[in-house]
Design a protein around this ligand. Structure first.
Ligand code: FES
Ligand code: FE2
Length: 366
């Protein structure tokens, strides 16, 4: 078994479990960039606790969130010249994880250090890499430029959900649930036709509803003047769980070019096997009549007050079982989510095969 950074600091059992459950060699969104402007944020990703902050030059830093002395969370400490100072006995750690100051001795013990993980800021998001650092290619970070476009304004949110992260992907890849769960997205009148477009590394699902009254969302951002509208949603999934979501509305019978589009990001990061970080953001033109706070509140109603309790109740009923082992009934709109799950499983299986092969090579060589 080869030991990847961070995983080596977990107990053997936790490490084995993480190896089985998650894709490791990938970028995960760890937070919104603004969250660490004035604070140290403690956030767990794939069961690895992280302390997120900015160094002296304002670059983001992700350290293993456990002091090597008496194991206090570093995220509860404070910043001193770009280093984090442990709240318990005052050791300080720099961006690279090395101890920069020991208040009790001139000497710094060799073991006094923590793992530092690659982390980058892109499009108002923080992306962390917890796998093999030599493979952390910044070009593989998914881009959501509309969230940081100075010509637009973005409403961004965060929802903590007590469920396995693929359940949130399933939810987003099958919008038929809006008909029953989300009145602001159309409620009973949201009765879509859907289609799936599989790519090499992506899955796109499209939902179309025609000739309905404009639902509350998008009416508040694109008033239809009492006319009937057509709605479309195109959602593109990238492994492990970054979704680009485009909602469009137009007057019924008109071309899409005459309508209006709101781009959204839905990015999900596994916290543990039973909990997830759900980051969501939408951007509108600067002169859109709807204020950011109102837009945020409207989206929060759907994601925090409607999706979250349902997904947590689903997880509760599933217990610790894997979805497939329960043999779920399949409905036509599930097709996109199933494809996404298959692609992700294949990536994880491939990664584990590579790791086992590397491990076997190491054993043979030693
Ligand atoms: S636990 Fe951090 S300095 Fe003692
Ligand atoms: Fe939903």
């Amino acid at each position: 078994m080869i030991h990847l950074p961070g995983f080596a600091e977990l107990g053997p059992r936790a490490r084995e479990e993480r190896m089985a459950a998650f894709l490791k060699n990938t970028w995960y969104m760890a937070g919104w960039a603004h969250e660490i402007d004035d604070a140290i944020v403690g956030r767990t990703v794939m069961d690895i606790p992280l302390a997120l902050f900015r160094d002296y030059g304002r670059a983001p830093v992700a350290l293993f969130d456990r002091c090597p002395h008496r194991f206090a969370p570093l995220s509860e400490g404070s910043l001193r010249g770009g280093a984090v100072m442990c709240k318990y006995h005052g050791l300080r750690f720099k961006a690279d994880g090395a101890c920069s100051h020991n208040p009790w001795s001139e000497k710094i013990p060799a073991s006094c250090k923590v793992t530092s993980f690659p982390i980058l800021e892109r499009d108002a998001c923080l992306w962390v890499w917890l796998g093999d650092p030599s493979e952390a290619d910044p070009a593989r970070i998914p881009r959501f430029g509309f969230l940081a476009d100075s010509g637009r304004r973005a409403a961004k949110g965060y929802t903590h959900i007590g469920c396995y992260y693929e359940l949130i992907t399933d939810n987003l890849m099958d919008l038929s649930h809006a008909r029953f769960l989300h009145p602001v997205f159309g409620g009973e009148s949201y009765n879509p036709a859907s289609s799936v477009k599989p790519g090499q590394e992506t899955v796109t699902v499209s939902f179309v509803v025609e000739d309905i009254d404009n639902p509350e969302f998008p009416e508040c951002v694109w008033p239809a003047g009492g006319k009937k509208v057509d709605l479309w949603d195109d959602i593109t999934w990238h492994a492990p769980a970054s979704l680009y979501f485009e909602t469009g509305v137009k007057h019924h019978g008109k071309s899409r070019r005459e309508g209006w589009i709101i781009p959204m990001a839905h990015i999900i990061t596994p916290e543990t096997e039973r909990s997830s970080h759900y980051f969501w953001g939408a951007s509108v033109e600067r002169d859109n009549p709807m204020g950011n706070e109102d837009l945020r509140a409207l989206l929060s109603q759907a994601f925090d007050a409607e999706d979250k309790p349902m997904l947590e109740a689903v997880q509760e009923r599933m217990g610790g079982a894997d979805l497939r082992s329960l043999r779920p009934v399949m409905l036509p709109h599930d097709a996109g989510a199933i494809r996404a799950r298959r692609l992700l499983s294949a990536r994880i299986a491939q990664e584990q095969g590579d790791i086992q092969a590397a491990s076997a090579t190491q054993v043979t060589a030693s």
